[in-house]
Design a protein around this ligand. Structure first.
Ligand SMILES: *[C@@H]1O[C@H](CO)[C@@H](O)[C@H](O)[C@H]1NC(C)=O
Ligand SMILES: *[C@@H]1O[C@H](CO)[C@@H](O)[C@H](O)[C@H]1NC(C)=O
Ligand SMILES: *[C@@H]1O[C@H](CO)[C@@H](O)[C@H](O)[C@H]1NC(C)=O
Length: 483
């Protein structure tokens, strides 16, 4: 009993001690990571107002800061950031959804360990470069030296000051999605291209129709580019200048047919392509994706008009040998399109896939797709049994109720369209036609035979087998034999 009370007291004591130590933990949720007494603070939804007060940040009467590892201040309606954050070693600061319209100069200068700054879902329209001013460092211009990730999505920015990142030159992740940028003007371009170490750039839903020429020449380390949700109908020319791009996202754009001419340029570094929810994309023609010769993941789903993928859409023809090479696809997602047929040649090795999804397409269960049942289903079952069993036939009508899996189990041979594209059950009509033809042909043949016998139309000599004709030929020949 004594021990229990002691334990309980110890527990209460320790929790008290933790929240005692860190003022934010008295009013917010704190989570302590691996006993290092660094707190991850979550102060969301209108809990707190005077966040800049030293009381929260500095240990009483000293200059030492409390050990906050991260602070999440989402949804607090702070409004403008007009004070300077007191010194802290925090590495993560989330100020999303706080009605922030203005950020005063040097607000973050004492957060020199801050790696991630999230300013999403605010009212930012204009950002002054000095907002990100740091403190003096010998070799650099007043840097916010640790900042690597800056999220400015869901604001009202339509342009960026070209010096906006002069104090944050090491940024690797920049998110500008959902800002009404419309065109990337000279200043915005200069700002983005000043980030020499940029690795990920998010420009979703920014209303841009293209990227400026040469934009992607400068960011040498760019790996991820997200252009989804923009009214882009033609691939920006600067895409061929990427150096290290591995992932390209082009969901929900305005492409219609992709062809060899307007398709992807040679981008041998790209391994992941998202091409989903493109409502106008209908045909993927020969060599339209051939430039992505090292593509490993193709996400091409929810394209409501996509009905045709050319067998050579991804294959690249080698100039010197004339042979074709295919990208080493590992993940293929072509679900929820309008595909009725699929050619087995679109990728080189179906058994090399680790992920596959072909569900929710209006598959026609006829002999052109026989390979899907016979060859693909067994492979598909190994990759993803659940998904494999959900693929359904959509045509012809009498096949609609079957799944690919049932047909595979029954070892069904799906029947073929005849050469007029008619359905076999319609062949009865054709048989009647043939019969009518024969019935008309017989009297005609009889008539011709009769006419031939009467030699009405002056039939030619060689086929004339009457005795007179025979003797004519015979006597014609003899003189030659006499010589
Ligand atoms: C705290 O820092 C300020 C300026 O850096 C300095 O003037 C002051 O003496 C320091 N106070 C203590 C208690 O260390
Ligand atoms: C796409 O290609 C198909 C087949 O070649 C053609 O019928 C269609 O008109 C094309 N669509 C557009 C928008 O060019
Ligand atoms: C693209 O769309 C697909 C399917 O709609 C989704 O799974 C994927 O996460 C999207 N990619 C991006 C970068 O938004």
């Amino acid at each position: 009993m004594k021990i229990l009370i002691f334990l309980a007291a110890a527990l209460v004591g320790s929790t008290l001690a933790d929240s005692d130590k860190l003022p934010f933990c008295k009013i917010c949720k704190c989570h302590f990571t691996n006993d290092d007494e660094q707190a991850d603070v979550t102060c969301t939804t209108n809990i707190i107002y005077n966040i800049f007060d030293d009381y929260y940040w500095k240990i009483n009467g000293t200059n030492e800061s409390y050990a906050y590892a991260s602070i999440n201040f989402q949804n607090n309606q702070f409004g403008d950031l007009t004070y300077i954050f007191p010194q802290s070693n925090l590495t993560y600061l989330n100020l999303a959804n706080n009605d922030i319209n203005k950020i005063a100069d040097s607000v973050f200068q004492n957060l020199q360990n801050m790696n991630t700054l999230i300013l999403s879902y605010n009212d930012l329209e204009i950002l002054h470069p000095d907002a990100f001013k740091g403190v003096y460092q010998e070799t650099r211009l007043l840097p916010l030296r640790s900042l690597k990730e800056l999220r400015l999505d869901h604001n009202k920015l339509h342009t960026l000051n070209q010096d906006i990142f002069e104090h944050t030159t090491d940024i690797e992740i920049l998110d500008l999605s959902y800002n009404p940028i419309v065109t990337i003007d000279q200043h915005t371009l200069a700002a983005i291209d000043s980030l020499a170490y940029l690795k990920e750039l998010y420009l979703q839903y920014t209303e841009i129709t293209t990227l400026p020429d040469n934009m992607l020449h400068t960011p040498k380390f760019l790996e991820v580019l997200d252009l989804s949700g923009n009214p882009i109908s033609k691939l920006p020319a600067t895409l061929q200048q990427v150096h290290k791009l591995t992932s390209l996202y082009l969901n929900n754009t305005n492409f219609d047919n992709l062809t060899e001419e307007n398709g992807f340029p040679e981008m041998p570094t790209v391994k992941v392509l998202h091409l989903c929810r493109n409502q106008y994309l209908s045909h993927l023609k020969k060599h339209s994706l051939s430039g992505l010769i090292n593509l490993e993941e193709l996400h091409m789903s929810d394209n409501i008009a996509l009905s045709h993928i050319d067998p050579l859409a991804m294959a690249m023809i080698r100039n010197h040998t004339g042979g074709a090479i295919w990208p080493p696809i590992k993940k293929l997602h072509i679900n929820n399109n309008k595909l009725a047929y699929l050619d087995s040649d679109i990728i080189a090795r179906w058994d090399g896939l680790t992920h596959l999804d072909i569900r929710a397409n209006p598959w026609t269960c006829e002999c052109e797709n026989q390979w899907l049942i016979e060859d693909l289903v067994p492979i598909y079952l190994k990759i993803d049994e659940e998904s494999a069993k959900q693929v359904q036939c959509a045509a012809p009508i009498e096949m609609e109720r079957f799944s690919f899996y049932e047909l595979y189990e029954k070892k069904s041979h799906m029947r073929c369209l005849d050469m007029y594209g008619a359905r076999p059950e319609n062949d009865a009509m054709m048989l009647v036609g043939i019969l009518a033809g024969v019935l008309i042909a017989i009297p005609m043949l009889l008539f011709l035979a009769f006419a031939y016998q009467k030699r009405w139309f002056g039939f030619c000599n060689p086929c004339d087998k009457s005795p007179a004709a025979y003797s004519r030929r015979f006597y014609d020949k003899t003189p030659h034999e006499d010589f």
